[in-house]
Design a protein around this ligand. Structure first.
Ligand SMILES: *Cc1c(COP(=O)(O)O)cnc(C)c1O
Length: 377
């Protein structure tokens, strides 16, 4: 631990909370540069939806802006307003598009919707005509995700009548999204690329964006003009078939609140699910499921205390969890110290696997209660 970090963890602010989330902005920007270098012909945007995957969208976007990122994707207008206010020169793109009644706010705030249907395109165009100017947009074409994006029937109508439909549009890009890019053996990724290309030959020329983090690792065919990494920036493995090429960005620490001796026939926690089988020590940590620590990790998770594994025992409580610290040398387990929950020594993806979920969910559920410390900014 650097002395800078040790100082921050001993600060009066950190003393007021049970858990601390340390976010390494130098690792974040290094990850962005690394991804950008993989797609040298394309603009490298940054997806900062879900509050920057739980790390703080404004802080993340501001650090990436300084590193050279210019386009930021958020889910909704509320997040868009926040990012745009912090970075007025940025291109802030709203993935949920333009819900009815929000046209004026999007246009006034210079937010760019990603349009997903003909109805939405027509409504955005009609508003542009009222303002008597062209309004910017990305248009999302569905190539098989069946989530957002123009379905094939609407795409046909757009192709047949593109000039008039796009008349009031400053079309910044055609966009699509890959469903299976994290599995290189799945042929559907190549099929989506083929469908996108088939659509593009029938549409007016504009820049194109297809790849999320995993898609970028499929090579230059998938890069087009703009790539949209999210998870890779935050340090989870974007290409699960490779050793994780990204730098860890977060370190999640929980305070040791109390340590007690236990012996059979003691039990630990709610519903007395954990039975003590030998004399030992149990520590209570200041973090629980309300902070995003998965309830499913009862009796399965592992924390690190002074670098020694401390298995989670018993149920996860709302803002506490209990770990067995019997294996930690007595002089290294101290009330007030910090236990490592996630970070360079506790991989996000491994943690997610143990919890029966994915790294995306682990990150985006990082609680709002954490004292967030940004380092190397
Ligand atoms: C979330 C999202 C991304 C980023 O995906 P990652 O897998 O996190 O890189 C890119 N594009 C769209 C449309 C998304 O919804």
């Amino acid at each position: 631990m650097t002395s800078e970090l040790a100082g921050l963890l001993n600060s009066p602010e950190a003393a007021r909370v049970g858990a601390v989330l340390v976010i390494d902005l130098a690792a974040l920007t290094a990850n962005w540069r690394q991804i950008a270098a993989l797609a040298p012909g394309a603009e490298c945007a940054a997806v900062v939806k879900a509050n920057g995957y739980g790390l703080g969208d404004v802080a993340v976007a501001s650090a990436l802006w300084k590193a050279g990122a210019r386009s930021f994707f958020v889910a909704d207008i509320e997040a868009g307003v926040r990012v745009k206010a912090a970075l007025p020169q940025s291109r802030t793109l709203v993935l949920h598009g333009v819900p009815t009644g929000t046209e004026a706010e999007l246009a006034a705030r210079d937010l760019i919707p990603v349009l997903s249907s003909l109805g939405e395109i027509e409504r955005w165009g009609a508003y542009a005509r009222r303002l008597d100017r062209k309004l910017p947009a990305f248009i999302h074409i569905d190539t098989g995700m069946n989530r957002l994006g123009l379905p094939p029937s609407e795409l046909d109508r757009l192709c047949n009548d593109a000039v008039s439909i796009l008349d009031s549009m400053d079309l910044l890009a055609w966009m699509s999204h890959l469903a299976c890019a994290d599995d290189p053996s799945n042929p559907f990724t190549a099929e989506q690329l083929r469908r996108l290309r088939t659509a593009l030959v029938r549409l007016p020329r504009a820049p194109v964006s297809l790849s999320n983090s995993a898609g970028i690792f499929h090579g230059a065919d998938y890069h087009f003009n703009l790539v949209r990494p999210g998870i890779a920036l935050y340090g989870a493995n974007p290409a699960p078939w490779l050793p994780n090429p990204m730098r860890p960005v977060i370190r999640l620490l929980a305070r040791i609140l109390q340590i007690r001796d236990v012996a059979p026939p003691d039990t630990v926690g709610y519903d007395a699910t954990h039975r003590i089988t030998a004399p030992g020590q149990v520590a209570a940590l200041g973090m629980g499921y309300a902070d995003g620590y998965p309830w499913s990790l009862a009796s399965k998770g592992v924390a690190l205390v002074a670098g020694y594994p401390a298995p989670v025992i018993g149920r996860i409580s709302m803002d506490l969890l209990t770990v067995d610290v019997s294996g930690v040398p007595a002089h290294l387990r101290r009330v007030g110290d910090w236990a490592d929950i996630l970070g360079p020594h506790r991989d996000i993806d491994q943690f997610a696997k143990e919890a029966g979920t994915i790294g995306y969910e682990v990150l985006t559920r990082l609680g709002s209660r954490y004292h967030r410390i940004y380092i190397n900014g």
